[in-house]
Every structure is written in structure tokens, then in C-alpha cells.
Design a protein around this ligand. Sequence first.
Ligand SMILES: C[S@@+](CC[C@H](N)C(=O)[O-])C[C@H]1O[C@@H](n2cnc3c(N)ncnc32)[C@H](O)[C@@H]1O
Length: 230
Amino acid sequence: MPGPDPERIHSMFSQIARRYDRANTVLSAGIHHRWRRSAVKLSGAKPGDRILDCATGTGDLAIAFKRIVGPQGEVAGIDFVEDMIVFARQKSRDVRFEVGDVTALPFESNTFDVASISFGIRNVGDPRKGIAEMTRVVKPGGRVIVLEFGRPRQRAFAAAYDLYRTRMLPAIGGLITGQKRAYEYLDQSSVAFPHGDAFASLMRESALFASVEFRPLTFGIAYLYRGVKK
Ligand SMILES: C[S@@+](CC[C@H](N)C(=O)[O-])C[C@H]1O[C@@H](n2cnc3c(N)ncnc32)[C@H](O)[C@@H]1O
């Protein structure tokens, strides 16, 4: 499954970095914070753990993990767009935010309890490589957590959501960030990317996990996946 062109993705996220948080909050009516809490809970992270959040953007998921692992724990957040990392650093000094690529992680193998990625995997040029790298750096028994958009299954809700994502989302995202095309891409990439069983199969095919499970969030607008490393 080929992913998007990394150069195009890099330049798109550099351009929207400054307004990214505001757009997220308006477009999801704040629900993305609840989804992140579900991701942290499913990961089983506990005080003292070591966590890596990949494609961290402005760092919201990494910061949510830091609240759980506490002062004894350690959270690193990496993203290949420096502008995103600049804003992440302004939000928390307790997380170590660094520029880095999820397909070539600058960390030793078997060293993290959890590696996570939220709304990032569909933007990675080679998503399989990204998952393989995240799995490499977690310890055996460690968890790889993926939060990504899906498609609602319930028909009436799906119709309303389709209208929202095809019309309102690019219009509002464009107004807030000045980059309407980025939000058209967000919609198109979400529809094209596998979700539910299809994405879980991609994780299972890697043969890196002892188990892979998933669950829909908010009627399937988003999905949460957990792979436990062999
Ligand atoms: C939609 S944002 C998600 C940011 C954040 N995780 C969140 O939940 O708000 C996608 C992020 O993926 C990053 N990204 C895309 N490909 C990447 C790669 N190969 N390595 C690291 N980051 C990448 C982009 O720079 C962007 O910040």
C-alpha cells in the first residue's frame, strides 16, 4: 500500500502548523481530546513507563501520556516537520520533542513500553515501515497504539458525516488555516486509507504482534488499534 508523497506532506504540515491546534478543536468540536484519552487508556501506560509518540504534531497525545507516566516516566515526541515540533515544545517542557522520521526512528530497539501515532499513519509515505519501526523500538509485550480516522457504519449518521467532511470541513479548515487544499487532502486521505479490519490486517500481516485488536470511536469516525509486540 503506497502512502502519500512525503515531500508534499512535509510542506503541507509546515504551512498549517501555526493554526493546527485551533483547526483541530473547531473541526472536531473538542472530541479529539476524548479520543486521545481513549488511546492512552487502551495503551495500558502506567507511572514510570517510557513512551514514544510518533508524528506527534503539536504534541497533544504525548502530553496526555506524560500526565499518566508522571515524573518518573519519560515521554518523547517526534515529527518530521520542525514547525510542528516548535509549537509542541511551547506547550510542554516535560516531554522531549525532537525532529525525526517514523520510518527511521533514532532510538534503540526494545526500549519503550508504548509507541503511539495519532492521525499520522495515513500521512506516512510507507505506513508498513512506520509500523515496523514503532514495533522495533517497543519492548516485547510493549504496545503499538494507532489512532486514525475511519468511516461511520450507521447509514443515516454516515450520510450526515459525509456532508460534513466533504463540504464543511475543507471550508472551515481553509478559513482557519488559509490552506483549504490541506483539508481537502485530509478528507480524501481519510476515505482512501484502510480502517477497521483492513488496517488491523495490515498490522497482523507484519507478523510482529502477538495480538492486534481495534475498536471504533464515535460511531466509527475514528478507530483505535492496539498491537502487542511478540
Ligand atoms: C494530522 S497530523 C497529526 C499530529 C498529531 N499526532 C495529532 O494527533 O494531532 C500528521 C502529522 O504526521 C507528521 N508526519 C507525516 N509523515 C511523517 C513521518 N514520516 N515521520 C514523522 N512525522 C510524520 C506530519 O508532519 C504531521 O505533523
